[in-house]
Design a protein around this ligand. Sequence first.
Ligand SMILES: [Zn+2]
Length: 501
Amino acid sequence: MQDKLDQLKARLARISDLRRAASVLSWDQETHMPPGGVQARAEHLGTLRGLAHELFITDEVGMLLDDLQPYAEQLPYDSDEASLIRVMRREYDKAVRVPVAWVEQNARTTSLAHHTWVQAKNRNQFSLFQDDLARVVDLQKQWAEYFAPYDNIYDPLLDRYERSLDTAQVSAVFAGMKPALVELVQAIAERADAVDDSLLRRPLDAQRQLAFGQVLSARLGYDYQRGRLDVSAHPFTSGFSPGDVRITTLVDPDNFFRCVKSSIHEAGHAMHGQNLKPSLFRTGLDWGAGMAIGESQSRFYENIIGRSRAFWAYFLPTMKAIFAPLLDDVALEPFYRAINKVEPSLIRVKADEVTYGLHIVLRFELEDDLLNGRVAVADLPQEWNARMEAYLGIVPPTDTDGVLQDVHWSSGMFGYFPDYQLGSLFAVQLWEAMQRDLPAISGDIAAGRFEGVLGWLREHVMQHGRKFTLPELSERVTGVPLSWEPYVHYVREKMGEIYGF
Ligand SMILES: [Zn+2]
């Protein structure tokens, strides 16, 4: 049996190499490639990704997985070998259902749709994007059909980004969370003047913003011997091996905290990649976890650590020194309050910890309605605006600030948005479990000792790669299922203290 396992691993290693090589090309495209490279790069990526897909869906891989099934069933469920066979079996059974023709058609359609989305967004004209978006939506519906029967056509799409997650589960979680957040936003709106965040809008030098992002990420445990920081319009993390996980961040001249939080967020993703168990590398369990598990790590660092009083008690002097003399007069309390200001806003990526969840609920409900035919593509702008008014009390003045703001739909990424918020919820559950295991952890953070946080996350989450689903990991680490309640409790307590209710 060891021989068959070795054969499977050898095949998966080659597939992993092709995917990693494609990731290097994508990273280059987003950071350093000249505009003239776009066309050829699309071909390079198409070829590499196509080859990886072809190698994976061969009969030989299927037969090896068949042969190894009885062996996997004798092993402990959480062993590396059983997990590898279990997860790859599922991936394989899904991959073979999707015709190569669909993959090619989807690549072409989304490539064009991305182009028209950029134009429509720049010109504030949804109609420019509408027909292409309709084609993208049709392709996603077609893709879902390859996985029929399903309870909800949205289920296969959700499963694409976080396996085993379905519409009913997400609906149940969001149904509990939504009214609590709406109520909290209203309570805070009545005390909106209690927090002043104008100090965040002091114009600060871009190079110093980057330098500070580098200091923060390094102190948290992101290893620059195995990574690097660059600038991109949309921050992201790319991992090629545990020895090379790179991050990008953005610089916003109007709000330096955006660079801070992006740097910390991406460092969270990157530490996840750097702390993978080495033996999982090149096995197929190493492509990062599901999207919600991945976001739980980045949001843990961004929100629970990076927006905490303890963290800034330690880092405020460093921040002042780096930006001296422009922040010399800033004290801890006003700064802590400023970075936690809750304010309904139009743009998801700029949202605070409370309203962010409502931005996600809006997209989740709209995607569900769209795929089920309850909302037509042409009606999206009006639907978007009506729901923004209902949940956040504001109406976007333009579609650029509304339905056109996110890149995801042009790329066919329906089913992705919920994972951002599920990651935020799970992060709070992890924080509660961490505090139980490490009662002195807040004191450690305030003293600039971050090894305990990283060590705990490594042991319980990061090292496992893709071995476990989100529900499995939640049960293993916290002893309870994924739940919205700890998150709502956390933001209510935190904002209650800041806003005085
Ligand atoms: Zn992220």
